[in-house]
Write a protein of this length. Structure first.
Lengths: 150, 374, 358
């Protein structure tokens, strides 16, 4: 199976998704509202993307981008799925019922970037204290006491 | 870290909530587990992290491409070389630099020595979790030889910072080959001691067999990697499936087991040490002559783009995800640490077992707290 | 020939000839108390040092070697440190029980010294139900441990105390049953009778296989009863931090620590008395010459040698085995040791009735 097959498959299930093949792996850009459906489809497809090995977020100052690195343990395929989120009110569906590892990774992204994962079973802060204000990994985060600007 | 945890709010009649950590002999660091118990049976485990979170990802954003590598030695401090290697490889991939053959071979040797040292420490610490103190001293005897070798070549025993973008910091110490050979010889003689003292011990087997079972599906779903996933039958050794740094030219086996219990995870790591010895034996006499550093500009400015490298540390798959905007510093760095994902499976594995079983399960997960907290 | 019996007799004769009998008895009591406390302190120091040296030897290291020649005074220094430390009491602890618990454990250990024969005719109290007394009193120590666990108001302590309770109560059974095998063969509960019956050979050798089984079970059971690894679940460092004595510090902790070692000494002394002939020298059948040479070694040395050999065995266990899990511990007792000791005691009874032993 090649990237072409994956592209063909995704085009049939989510026609609006766009592709980017400049990097090492196939990048797929989807709308946040479509992500959950696409995730379910990818997991259950013949490609069997069963291994979510990285889940993170990037702050692009104008918007946030969720980045999901998926891999298939049987067919050794790797794809990257990205989704642009609104910076003021970032919301996306959780995928922790599809890949259990997402539960902790989403909690981490929630507290460090402030992304709200809808339907997450236990969305609380994992690393920071409960009363912590702000989202440390966003680019505009300021902490004059504990952070040294280089 | 919470002011009032969910667990305490939900506690039912007859249940006991204990805080294991942040200071506890079995957590090997500042891991904090809030455990709900019914008698001695575990109902729920909730890890509370962040006691030593240094936000290495944020720090890396303000350091340049030569500097941020040194911070990563402090992540999984037991596989410092491999962390450095992952970052260096990522920068090389971005800059499209070919590393000299000599540097590449030495990198593999160092990685495997680190892996053995890490597994040795794990073995001793895990046996200690189960109440056997003596193996700790036996494993440290061999580990000491490795740290001596590291000290001689890299100038440090734990956070080596030897691997840099483009190759190595400097060449090997002249004694390196001879010392490594002496170590290999001693290791092969003494490895049977662990078998006598730990593996074949009836109590040890009773404590670990059938304890903390992780099925293949769960291991994949929880994103487990390294020996934890391989004990459940998931073939996930990055050295085999996505070879890097010439791992495809050496002969070694990916050790797999299907039992998925603590004993399988233990056996996998012991066998992995032997495989690492195999790799070292193949390479130690065949280190090619030549440069140890590729020609590079003093200031590294990778092109705009996103780069991801995966390496196999002693604990599992370490991913380094760098987003570059073409500047002197990375725009965003994400470390996918193996310990973080492995820890998330702990609740699932330990539920319904006794506190004593938790020690076996947690011990064989091989958690290094700075790796989880980053 | 050196003998403690001569010394005690001389002292007693002198006391009774100089003072009136009541006063002489009081002075004797005072001497015994002083000696018991002195033995306590000495044993604590020696056993702690021995444990550390044995551990060091097994773990390919040197152990304490700085304070005094060969580290001899290391435990003295540690004791001074513990005495000088502040004994903290947690805020919400039950103060009375918290302070009482170490003394309960300690007093129980002291009481157990009474019927032990340290040498020929050198015994504090040769009570006619000696063995019964030992097993009755030794089961009291669990009260002290439960007290400590409960009064500390700490969840780890409570768990440790509960484990300890379950453990000591169950292992008491097989320890008692294995002791009974020797009682059945001897026909007496008195310690001096049991030793006298081994004049022509120790029970371990005379009593065939059943006594060997009983001896093995006894060693396992007393290791469990004294909370030593691999049965140290009550303190289980990696699980419960320190179990029932988590909250104790300073001298109160030292008392627990000391009581543990005294208890080891006592159970090993009992084991040596019952199975290895106490102070009785090694005699083999009709080898008159050999037996005569053995008689020249003082009885106190025989007793101490056997006891310390058993102590070494128990220390060896500790530094070799991992810890059992709590359900495995109870399974071992109720599913294996107890049925085996019950069958064993029937077997011994048959052997004793038919006179098959030597």
């Amino acid at each position: 199976m090649t990237n072409e097959d994956i592209k063909a498959f995704i085009t049939t299930v989510q026609p609006v998704a766009t592709f980017d093949e400049t990097g090492e792996w196939l990048n797929i850009l989807v709308e946040p509202s479509q992500w959950k459906q696409l995730a379910t489809d990818l997991r259950n497809s013949s490609f069997l993307f069963d291994y979510l090995f990285c889940l993170t977020c990037v702050d692009w100052k104008t918007h946030l981008t969720m980045v999901y690195h998926l891999s298939s343990t049987t067919q050794r395929l790797n794809i990257v799925i990205k989704s642009k989120l609104d910076r003021t009110n970032p919301e996306i569906e959780t995928v922790c019922d599809i890949w259990r590892t997402a539960e902790f990774h989403e909690r981490e992204v929630f507290e460090l970037f402030g992304v709200n994962f809808l339907n997450h079973p236990d969305l609380r802060k994992l690393i920071l204290t409960d009363d912590f204000e702000g989202f440390p990994l966003r680019k505009d985060f300021e902490d004059p006491i504990n952070m040294i600007k280089l | 870290m919470y002011t009032e945890t969910q667990v305490i709010k939900e506690t039912k009649e007859g249940e006991l909530v204990i805080n294991m950590g942040p200071q506890h002999p079995a957590t090997h660091g500042v891991l904090h587990l809030v455990i709900t118990l019914d008698g001695e049976t575990i109902k729920k485990i909730e890890p509370h992290l962040g006691y030593i979170h240094r936000s290495i990802e944020k720090m890396s954003e303000s350091l340049n491409y030569r500097q941020f590598i040194y911070v990563t030695s402090r992540m999984d401090y037991l596989s410092a070389h491999i962390n450095n290697l992952a970052c260096a490889m990522n920068v090389e991939k971005a800059m499209q630099i070919e590393v000299p053959k000599r540097a590449s071979v030495i990198r593999v040797l160092m990685s495997e020595l680190t892996r053995i040292a890490s597994h040795e420490l794990w073995l001793g610490a895990m046996a200690m979790d189960l109440g056997a103190f003596t193996p700790f001293f036996y494993t440290f005897r061999e580990r000491e030889l490795i740290t001596d070798i590291m000290e001689e070549t890299c100038g440090a025993r734990l956070t080596m910072n030897y691997i840099v973008p483009g190759g190595l910091m400097y060449d090997l110490h002249p004694d390196f080959q001879q010392k490594v050979k002496a170590f290999v010889k001693q290791f092969k003689q003494k490895v049977t001691e662990f078998e006598d003292l730990v593996t074949n011990n009836v109590i040890f087997q009773a404590r670990t067999k059938g304890v903390g079972i992780l099925s293949r599906e769960d291991a994949i779903s929880y994103g487990c990697s390294g020996p934890v996933a391989r004990a459940s039958g998931v073939s996930c050794d990055i050295r085999k499936i996505y070879p890097y740094e010439g791992y495809d030219t050496v002969e070694f086996d990916e050790v797999l087991d299907t039992a998925g219990d603590s004993f399988a995870r233990y056996i996998i790591r012991v066998k992995e040490m032997n495989q690492s010895i195999r790799i070292i034996e193949q390479l130690i006499d065949n280190i090619p002559e030549g440069d140890t550093q590729a020609k590079m500009k003093a200031v590294i400015k990778p092109p705009k783009g996103e780069f991801y490298t995966r390496v196999e540390t002693a604990r599992g798959e370490l991913g380094v995800y760098i987003v570059s905007e073409g500047g002197m510093t990375p725009y965003r760095v994400k470390y996918r640490s193996p310990g973080f994902s492995n820890l998330s499976a702990l609740d699932h594995m330990a539920r319904g077992s006794k506190i004593g079983d938790l020690m076996a399960t947690m011990g064989t997960l091989d958690l290094v707290i700075p790796d989880i907290d980053r | 020939m050196f003998s403690l019996e001569g010394i005690t007799n001389t002292i007693q004769n002198w006391l009774y000839s100089t003072f009136d009998p009541t006063f002489a008895l009081l002075i004797e009591c005072a001497i015994v108390i002083l000696l018991a406390i002195g033995l306590f302190a000495a044993l604590g120091l020696v056993l702690v040092l021995m444990e550390r040296k044995v551990a060091a030897h097994i773990q390919i290291r040197l152990g304490p070697n700085r304070v005094g020649p060969g580290g001899m005074f290391q435990t003295v220094a540690d004791t001074i440190k513990l005495i000088l430390k502040e004994g903290l009491v947690p805020d919400l602890a039950d103060k009375f029980l918290f302070n009482l618990a170490p003394f309960v454990v300690m007093i129980v250990a002291m009481l157990l010294l009474a019927p032990i024969a340290f040498a020929k005719n050198f015994q504090i109290w040769d009570i006619n139900i000696g063995v019964l007394y030992v097993s009755a009193v030794s089961s009291l120590s669990v009260i002290g441990i439960l007290m400590a666990g409960w009064a500390s108001n700490n969840k780890y302590s409570l768990l440790g105390a509960m484990r300890s309770g379950a453990q000591i109560v169950s292992y008491e059974l097989s320890a008692g049953l294995s002791v009974l095998t020797v009682v059945v063969l001897t026909g007496s509960l008195q310690i001096s009778d049991i030793i006298a019956s081994q004049a022509d050979g120790w029970w371990l050798f005379k009593g065939h296989i059943p006594v060997i089984i009983a001896f093995v079970i006894f060693i396992i059971a007393v290791t469990a009863e004294t909370n030593r690894a691999p049965f140290d679940l009550a303190e289980a460092e990696s699980e419960l931090t320190a179990g029932f004595h988590t909250e104790y510090s300073g001298m109160r902790f030292a008392l627990f620590f000391l009581a543990e070692y005294i208890n080891i000494f006592i159970v090993c002394a009992i084991g040596a008395t019952l199975f290895l002939g106490g102070w009785m020298p090694l005699h083999i059948g009709h080898w008159e010459g050999f037996n005569h040479i053995m008689d020249y070694i003082p009885s106190s040395i025989w007793f101490m040698g056997k006891t310390f050999f058993l102590i070494f065995l128990i220390m060896w266990f500790r530094w070799t085995f991992p810890r059992l899990r709590v359900d495995q511990l109870l399974n071992l007792e109720w599913k294996y040791l107890l049925p085996i000791s019950m069958l064993n005691i029937i077997l011994v009874t048959v052997i004793a009735i038919l006179g098959w032993h030597f």
